[in-house]
Structures are given as C-alpha cells and as structure tokens.
Design a protein around this ligand. Structure first.
Ligand code: NDP
Length: 256
C-alpha cells in the first residue's frame, strides 16, 4: 500500500513542488491550502497524473477548528499518515520596520508559521505513535520547512524571523520526543526561493544575488527544496534526526 503524506500549503510554490515529488515517488497526498477546491483543478490533476491518490484538505491551519478539520479529513480519507510536511507559512502582508510592527501582523504570522504547525504536529505525533504501536514496521517522518530567517535578521519583518527561529526549536522538540519511536523529524531550511512569496521583491533579490548574496549565484527553485525533502523522507540520512538541512546556495556561509 502507498504511504500517505500530508503537505500543508501544498497548493503552490515549495509545497506544491514537494507534493509533486512525493506523488511520483510512491506517496498518496493529502494536500492542504486555503483556496477553494475548484480553483485547484489543474494542481490536483497534475498530482494525480503522477500516479497518486490526492485529497484536498482545505483549511486555514492558523484557525484551530479548520486545522482540526484538515487532520480529521486526512484520517477519514486515508486512515494512515506516514509523512507530515509542515510547509504552509506566510510573510507579513506588509514589510514594516520593527518599531512600527503591529500586534495584528505579529499574531497572524506567529499563528500560521509557529502555533499551527506545533498543534498539527502534536496531532500527527499521536497518530503516528498509534500506528507504530499497532504495527512495528510502520515508518513515519516529519519534515519542517523552516527558513534562513531563523538566524538571518531582517528588521523589516521581525515577526517572520521570530516565527522561523521558534520553528527551529519546534523541530528539535519533536525530534527528541519522537526519537524513541524511531520517527525522525528534520528541518529543511531554504534561502531565497523563487515563489509567489518572493514575487514582490524579485528586483531586490535579483540585485543581491548578482552582488554575491549566495555562493551559488542563482535563485533557489521550489524543486531544490523538494529533492532535499524527498531524500530525507526516503531515509537517506538515517543518523541525522533533528538536524537542519540548508538549501540556501551558501547564503549563510560567513564570508570576509
Ligand atoms: P507561497 O506563498 O508561494 O505559498 C504558500 C502556500 O501556503 C500556499 O499553498 C498557500 O495556500 C498556503 N497557505 C498560506 N497560508 C495558509 C494557511 N493559513 N493555512 C493553510 N495553508 C496556507 O510560499 P512559499 O512556497 O514560498 O513558502 C512555503 C514555505 O517555505 C513557507 O513556510 C515559507 O516561510 C518557507 N520559505 C520560503 C522561502 C522563499 O524564499 N520563498 C524561503 C525560506 C522559507 P493558498 O494557495 O490556498 O493560498
């Protein structure tokens, strides 16, 4: 039987690249996003064409009742979960200097980027442990899509950086908690990736990349992240639970 992966924010960008990669590698997909299913016809068909069963689990994971609905739908439709990809995340609606940051924006970004994956992971951890206890050959895995913003300061989007710094600890906490069940948790930490999230700052990053932002002088692409996720999900790093895997073209390598 095919394994099942839940990909939050799987309808676009990095999440969609991950979902497509997993779909062509033997996973059935529970795809989460906020838009209506009618808007995702093409996306869902693309995933099906990879040979996977896909179920759209619509919901804003920042809203507790919707997050619970997403998880219940996954359980009802598939009855199993092997891989959770905590990918959904948002940038601030407006980049504002830290001194002008509003509580509304802080709460929104922290709610979606940090609180939501914590409680989703809590539900997934319980469900995975249940499956493991029922069948010792069960193999589970959780992969968190973090960001270089966990360590790189942008004073004009403090709430995003703080959410990703907290998310790094989230990964460690669940890695420790789940290690005794042999369920590894990893953080994949992208740099600057070409998606809708960065579409408003293309010119700025084009210039920075040209000036040497990354040691690999190009944008990262969603597929760069997806192949890393697949390697981890396949168990290619069996003694690296809890680790951070950089996908940033060397952006965070200190240089003098
Ligand atoms: P996009 O903005 O391109 O896509 C965001 C995805 O998340 C969409 O599928 C969207 O669904 C979904 N989403 C947004 N909010 C919610 C919510 N409240 N509940 C459920 N789903 C939601 O983002 P990226 O692909 O660029 O980013 C994906 C992840 O990677 C994020 O966590 C981001 O922080 C991280 N990242 C991105 C980098 C980049 O340079 N792009 C760099 C480092 C990290 P819908 O289609 O319905 O709107």
């Amino acid at each position: 039987m095919r394994k099942v992966a839940l990909v939050t924010g799987g309808s676009r960008g990095i999440g969609l690249a991950v979902a497509l990669k997993l779909a062509s590698s033997g996973y059935d997909i529970a795809l989460n996003g906020t838009r209506s299913e009618a808007e995702l016809d093409d996306v869902l068909n693309d995933i099906r064409e990879k040979g996977a069963r896909v179920v759209y689990c619509r919901g804003d994971i920042g809203v507790s009742s919707e997050r619970q609905y997403v998880f219940e739908k996954l359980k009802k439709e598939f009855g199993r979960l092997h891989l959770l990809i905590n990918n959904a995340g948002v940038a601030p609606r407006e980049r504002r200097d830290a001194v002008d940051l509003t509580e509304e924006s802080y709460d929104r970004v922290m709610g979606i980027n940090l609180k939501a994956p914590f409680f989703l992971t809590q539900a997934a951890a319980k469900f995975m442990v249940e499956q493991k206890e029922a069948d010792n050959s069960f193999s589970g895995c959780i992969i968190n899509i973090g960001s270089i913003s966990a360590t790189v300061v942008s004073t004009n989007r403090a709430e995003y950086c703080i959410s990703k710094a907290g998310f790094a600890m989230h990964s460690k906490i669940w890695a420790v908690w789940l290690a005794k069940y042999d369920i590894p948790v990893y953080e994949v930490r992208p740099g600057v990736i070409r998606t809708d999230m960065t579409s408003a700052v293309v010119e700025k990053y084009d210039r920075l990349i040209e000036e040497g932002l990354n040691i690999q002088p190009r944008w990262g692409m969603p597929e760069d992240v997806a192949v890393s996720v697949l390697s981890l999900a396949r168990g290619h790093f069996p003694f690296s639970a809890g680790e951070v895997f950089m996908v940033d073209g060397g952006l965070t390598i200190g240089r003098l």
